[in-house]
Design a protein. Structure first.
Length: 226
């Protein structure tokens, strides 16, 4: 399925404009400074959960591509560890390989309506998490733990433990990760989010692009020159 996004594009020396496209409206401009926000709507977003349980293969082989939540969590089923990670990808294919990425900020929003978690959890300790670059192709409607894509820890972003149960994570600096994605288009397929310590009763509870409230969808803001 072709992905379409609403992009808010601010060009130096030009008025603020809104369009529905994948960069095509400004690809022909040369050496311009762009400031854009990408916040996919509904089914146009690409994100999914993957889950691990050591003895339950149906969990490891289940797809969760339409859930309203993005989770980095470690909980339990019958006293056995259940690990959840999230995959997330923004379509930035219109940025040229030689573009200068000046700034990239990722905003992730707390999901107040998750059916399993009432808030972020630090019951047994820190719920700090990592954001790593995914290096293998994956599809939202088929990815599982058993088919999970590879990631790299190069330029991974560390996010500190939550201080409030309903905390939003605004303007996370992912500039280095986006630079890596842009210069390695054949080896870059978004982000994986997972806990630093996948131990019992720790969780980060975020909204996905499938959440009913569009203002809670993951958002990427980019400033670049090309």
């Amino acid at each position: 399925m072709r992905k379409r996004f609403i992009l808010i594009i601010s060009l130096t020396g030009f008025a603020l404009v809104t369009c529905i496209s994948c960069f095509k409206d400004y690809e022909e401009e040369e050496d311009k400074l762009y400031d854009i926000e990408i916040q996919p709507e509904g089914s146009f977003g690409k994100d999914a959960l993957i889950m691990y349980h050591p003895t339950n293969n149906s969990i490891k082989n289940s797809n969760h591509g339409e859930t309203p939540s993005l989770l980095a969590a470690a909980w339990e089923i019958n006293d056995t560890l259940l690990v959840t990670r999230s995959l997330l990808e923004f379509n930035i294919s219109g940025i040229k390989v030689d573009a200068e990425i000046i700034d990239a900020k990722l905003s992730l929003y707390f999901n107040p309506t998750d059916e399993h978690y009432s808030g972020h959890s630090t019951t047994s300790g820190s719920n700090a998490f990592w954001i790593e670059r995914i290096t293998d192709y994956w599809t939202e409607d088929s990815v599982t733990w058993n088919s999970k894509p590879e990631t790299t820890s190069v330029n991974a972003v560390f996010v500190e433990s939550s201080t409030e149960p309903n905390q939003n994570y605004l303007d996370i600096d992912v500039t280095s990760l986006i630079r890596d994605i842009v210069i390695n288009p054949g080896e870059s397929y978004g982000f994986e989010i997972h806990l630093q310590a996948e131990q019992f009763y720790r969780a980060v509870v975020l909204a996905s692009s499938d959440h009913i409230k569009t203002e809670l969808h993951p958002k990427l803001r980019l400033v670049f020159r090309q």
